[in-house]
Design a protein around this ligand. Structure first.
Ligand code: URA
Length: 248
């Protein structure tokens, strides 16, 4: 994670890894005088450069030290690169989709779940945000089909609820009841369709599901409309997700 050193690398490798084009495109751009390094035209695509010195068509490079952003996943969008339909990746600039290392979501939300999703090309950050050892909770706003029966909060908090086709019980989760069909649920792990399966296990059905928080970061505070995103550094993201007074 964090502050990547200003490492010098080949100009063509740098630009291709940031998704700008192919090596042959870089040769053309040099020939056409579209690239400058510290104000000078480069002599060769093999020239070693640090990203901060490079301008392409007079513009600085786009997030050359890594790409991390928060995204308001809309209902109906799929967290996949391959499936049919509205894929979350269609909401991002095309250049971001061909960068290396590749961009991926931190965990997934179902097609029918909306809300806060983090996208990053930083494997270490991704691990930090998903590992149960790092204690980053996820909060969901849930609308239920049937009124609560009154025992759900205790069942979810017990650490004994076993989901269908699983052996290991779910970690204790906190249920806050707003009214008989509207609740918030805080999870400390991320299993496949977990919220829907937890309510199915207590005989109910989830009608709508939205992820409202990742740790202390709230979707509401981001002011992002569905489909919108905002880039952050991994450090500033972690500071929002996990304020410094929150222990490990
Ligand atoms: N739980 C679910 O059931 N779906 C999600 O998308 C996230 C958590």
């Amino acid at each position: 994670m964090n502050n990547k050193p200003l490492k010098a690398e080949r100009l063509d490798k740098l630009l291709t890894s940031l998704g700008y084009g192919l090596r042959k495109d870089v040769r053309f751009w040099i020939k056409d005088g579209l690239i400058t390094i510290d104000g000078e035209c480069p002599s060769s695509p093999a020239q070693k450069v640090t990203p901060d010195k490079v301008l392409l068509m007079e513009k600085p490079l786009d997030h050359p030290y890594g790409l991390t952003f928060i995204y308001h996943k809309p209902l109906g969008a799929v967290c996949s690169r391959k499936e049919d339909g509205h894929l979350i990746y269609a909401d991002f600039p095309e250049r971001w989709l061909v960068r290396k290392p590749a961009l991926s979501s931190v965990g997934r939300l179902d097609k029918e779940t909306s809300g806060l999703l983090i996208m990053t090309d930083d494997g270490q950050l991704n691990h930090q945000l998903t590992s149960p050892k790092k204690h980053i909770s996820k909060t969901y706003a849930v609308t239920l089909h049937s009124p609560l029966n009154g025992s759900e909060a205790d069942t979810f908090a017990s650490g004994k609820l076993v989901l269908e086709d699983e052996e290991k019980p779910c970690l204790p989760a906190e249920l806050t009841i707003h009214d008989e069909t509207h609740v918030s649920l805080v999870l400390h792990e991320g299993r496949y369709h977990q919220v829907r399966r937890m309510f199915a296990a207590v005989g109910n059905h989830v009608e709508t599901l939205e992820r409202t928080h990742i740790g202390a970061l709230s979707l509401q505070d981001t002011t992002l409309a569905p489909g919108e995103y905002k880039t952050l550094t991994p450090e500033s993201l972690m500071a929002l997700v996990k304020p410094t007074n929150q222990s490990d």
